[in-house]
Design a protein. Structure first.
Length: 368
């Protein structure tokens, strides 16, 4: 298969799905796939056997969840956006089971239209696990949710649930427990008036060493003490380790370091790494030869990272960037007109199917 392409491996996706199913069984919580992280719908039917539905950040994501995530399996479709527009709210309501408003003002603005719909409100608890200001929902002057009891109480009788999203790559159960306690202390009286509470995503509970049983017990206790249905919104936790970006070396040179140029671009195909100044992953990253792997765009900083190899790289060598599923395909772009990676799925029997390819016509259609 011609590189570059994303390869989603169901055998590597399955352990995450099984842990999600186990958590649902132990805790009673429901799990919704966060489409802002991963929206590659060719594997939705597989994932829908283990999850309860989808959650969104826009009208298009709401529609995708409704249409593609187990449409015949009775899955839930939650609709959230930082702000709904007048021209889209009716369609949002038509294709969702729950609509979550970011502010009391938006709730009141669309109160009449949404009166017969299950409604929720996003709450900003003022604490988070993010170490990066760009991704911190509790950063100063944050627009993400209502942040005071006084701002929520007047509209509490118009909703039946809350959505808290304040975890980010949090693999520390004790930190999660501490922040959930903070949420209970600040908003407990209001939570007890609700029927459901979403605790968002960003909790790395599918990690190898995560205390899943303790996590489940905490969720079950929170649900029982407050008499609410708990939802989680895993994104990265659902697909971590499942996907690679397959590339080929196009050229090599030496300029103080050994440099290899591949037929992909971190700017166009793994943008989240560039934004957060992180390095791509290659496994195994061992050997006596150090090489900097670079993208083919004209951006000087289009660099995947520095890695170790067992032998010098040569034109035509194939490389595989690991853990390339989250926030990649949803952010890929046509910068420099670099060919967009195809999407392939490896089935459980080992066969590989090309499910989507991109060509010049897609590039043209995206620009005019």
């Amino acid at each position: 298969m011609q590189t570059p392409y994303y390869l989603i491996d169901k055998a590597r996706l399955l352990p995450n799905m099984e842990k999600i199913a186990r958590l649902r069984e132990l805790s009673g919580a429901k799990a919704l796939l966060a489409l802002k992280c991963f929206a590659s719908w060719p594997v939705f039917d597989f994932m829908s056997d283990y999850m309860d539905g989808t959650t969104s950040s826009s009208l298009y994501e709401v529609k995708l969840g409704r249409e593609k995530f187990g449409p015949t399996k009775g899955k839930e479709t939650h609709a959230y956006s930082v702000a709904w527009a007048d021209h889209e709210i009716d369609e949002v309501l038509n294709v969702s089971d729950k609509v979550i408003f970011n502010t009391a003002a938006q709730l009141l603005r669309f109160e009449g239209q949404s009166r017969d719909h299950t409604r929720g409100l996003r709450v900003n608890p003022g604490v988070s696990t993010s170490d990066f200001d760009l991704a911190d929902p509790a950063r100063p002057f944050s627009r993400l949710g209502e942040h005071t009891v006084e701002g929520i109480a007047p509209v509490a009788d118009l909703i039946s649930g809350f959505m808290f999203h304040n975890n980010c790559e949090n693999d520390d159960f004790d930190r999660f427990d501490e922040m959930l306690g903070h949420i209970e202390d600040r908003f407990g009286a209001l939570i007890k008036q609700m029927k459901w509470v979403s605790l968002g995503g960003g909790i790395h509970f599918t990690g190898d060493d995560y205390p899943l049983a303790r996590f489940a017990e905490r969720l079950k206790r929170f649900a029982g003490e407050n008499e609410v249905q708990v939802y989680l919104e895993p994104g990265e936790a659902a697909i971590t380790g499942s996907t690679t970006l397959e590339v080929s070396v196009l050229d090599t040179l030496h300029n103080g370091k050994n440099l290899a140029i591949v037929d992909s671009s971190i700017e166009a195909h793994m943008l989240d790494l560039l934004i957060y100044r992180e390095t791509a992953k290659i496994s195994p990253d061992t050997g006596a030869y150090d090489w900097m792997v670079c993208g083919k765009s004209c951006l000087a900083g289009d660099i995947f990272g520095e890695f170790k190899f067992e032998k010098p790289l040569q034109t035509g060598d194939r490389l595989s960037f690991q853990d390339a599923g989250g926030y990649t395909m949803v952010k890929k772009n046509w910068f420099n007109g670099v060919r967009m990676p195809a999407i392939a799925v490896r089935e459980l029997d080992g066969s590989v199917n090309l499910v989507r390819d991109f060509d010049y016509s897609d590039f043209v259609a995206a620009l005019g």
